[in-house]
Design a protein around this ligand. Structure first.
Ligand code: HEM
Length: 448
């Protein structure tokens, strides 16, 4: 079969789909699936700067790309930008480096280990709820609130007592670097990083400050001293013996990846969940009832996670409609047949939780918010990759339980103490590092 049979998402003759992507990338993907099916070629940009990639929208196609450890690599502009900005940690490394890192780090993210962070998650949520006490009846910016929370949780879990020192540096520099990286990753011809434009200089300074604080905390910790129960300690001790340890620079790369991959995504999932709960009072009522029944008036613990089944279902449904990572990219290393079409070797392949999770073949009435889609029976009846906000296969998200535990416990606590009422009912979405709304998403909170 020849590559020419893959339908092209029509754009303009000279610039391809450039304007469509500028205007609304998310709608562009949905329309391409509707008009052309599950494997579509996009050409973007004028001749000479033109980029070409293939989008795969079926669950079967996503499985084919993600479930195997060969055939597709993280060799593309987006992952290169992350490598150059945040080092070569678990998210971006490949081959022998990757195998070693995953072997050393996987044991730190077992469910049993992650469950130990439940207390930090709940205490930080309680601190947020205490701050809301003076704002009863007011309108809150949901993203700002949950971002502060997830940032506090990840810095505390990583750095323990040193988290105060890191929190400010992380909070200031990550958004700036993320924005800069995104602009470069999507630009057809980014200027080299060493060109002293104001943006490049600001980014270099932010990166330096971030590296310095991480390196200092790691050096202090490596030189011995008290036993700390945080993730940094586990990273320092990972491996069978001294020869098998991660080097300090490798540890810094992991720490940066946990910040990068770990807080904005979780905050995004919580923001959209609260937005949907506010707009669906009946679901909110049911989730609250469950939170009250399970928790009474005590602090949650990790074991409550399984008891908060409906809150968990609502989180999954929120992540279906609004996947924090709406796209996942790879480069094909060999010609690969997917859904009867051949994607040529060397080409970029984009998988789209955003489109697949609204695909009418798997999701009847896809726009409707309905946590009942995630009963165990209905989950078992769907293809495995109809829902994949955490990726899948050997490179699936290592933080999946971490983020779900944090989101489910935090939302249960929030529902127990507050009602959420919608303010911004019509939102327009856009794609940043994580899925975003163009304007703020606000809710009115009222104490119960
Ligand atoms: C709602 C929250 C989250 C979402 C939606 C999410 C999404 C994802 C996705 C889609 C991938 C696969 C990327 C690919 O295949 O190219 C991934 C990988 C990864 N995530 Fe997450 N993530 C979340 C939370 C977290 C947290 C809390 C952490 C760490 C504390 C984390 C750390 C990582 C790492 C290290 C990888 C790379 C794993 C590997 O390649 O072995 N993520 N994540």
């Amino acid at each position: 079969m020849s590559v020419d049979t893959i339908p092209d998402a029509a754009g303009l003759p000279l610039i391809g789909a450039l304007l469509d992507f500028r205007r609304d990338p998310l709608e562009t993907y949905l329309r391409a699936q509707r008009d052309h099916g599950d494997v579509v070629r996009f050409t973007v940009g004028p001749p000479g700067l033109r980029q070409e990639f293939y989008a795969v929208f079926s669950a079967e196609g996503a499985q084919q790309v993600l479930a195997r450890s060969v055939g597709f690599r993280k060799d593309d502009a987006f992952y290169d930008e992350i490598r150059q900005t945040f080092g070569n940690g678990l998210l971006t490394s490949q081959d022998a480096d990757y195998v070693r890192q995953r072997r050393l780090i996987q044991p730190l993210f077992t469910r049993r280990r992650v469950d130990r962070y439940a207390r930090a998650m709940c205490e930080e949520t309680s601190a947020t709820l205490a701050e809301w006490r003076d704002r009863d009846g007011e309108v809150i910016d949901v993203l700002a609130e949950v971002t502060r929370l997830t940032q506090r949780v990840v810095t505390r879990v990583l750095f323990g007592a040193a988290s105060e020192e890191a929190a400010d540096v992380v909070g200031r520099n990550f958004p700036l670097l993320g924005e800069w990286m995104l602009r470069r990753g999507f630009s057809p011809l980014p200027l080299p990083r060493w060109v002293p434009t104001p943006a490049n200089r600001r980014a270099a300074a932010a990166r330096r400050e971030l590296y310095e604080v991480c390196d200092r905390i790691i050096a202090e910790r490596s030189s011995g001293g008290a036993e700390h129960g945080d993730l940094l300690n586990l990273l320092l001790q990972a491996g069978d013996d001294e020869d098998d340890r991660l080097a300090p620079a490798e540890i810094r790369d992991q720490v940066l990846v946990f910040f990068l991959a770990g807080h904005e995504t979780t905050a995004t999932s919580m923001m959209f969940a609260l937005y949907l709960l506010a707009g669906n009072p009946e679901v909110q009522r049911r989730a609250r009832e469950e939170a009250e029944r399970v928790l009474g008036d005590r602090m949650p613990e990790a074991a409550d996670f399984d008891r908060l089944a409906y809150v968990h279902m609502a989180m999954k449904e929120a992540m279906r409609l609004y996947p924090p990572s709406p796209g996942i990219s790879r480069r094909a290393t060999a010609d690969t047949e997917i859904n009867g079409q051949v994607i040529p070797a060397g080409k970029i392949v984009l998988l789209s939780p955003w489109v697949t999770q609204r695909h009418p073949a798997y999701w009847p009435d896809p726009e409707r918010f309905d946590p009942e889609r995630f009963t165990p029976e209905r989950e078992a009846a769907r293809p495995r990759y109809a829902w994949f906000p955490f990726g899948g296969g050997p490179r699936a998200c290592i933080g999946q339980h971490f983020s779900m535990l944090e989101a489910v416990l935090a939302i249960a606590l929030m529902l127990r103490e507050y009602e959420f009422h919608p303010v911004d009912t019509e939102i327009k979405l856009t794609q940043k590092l994580a899925l975003r709304s163009v304007g703020p998403i606000r809710c009115r909170i009222s104490a119960r």
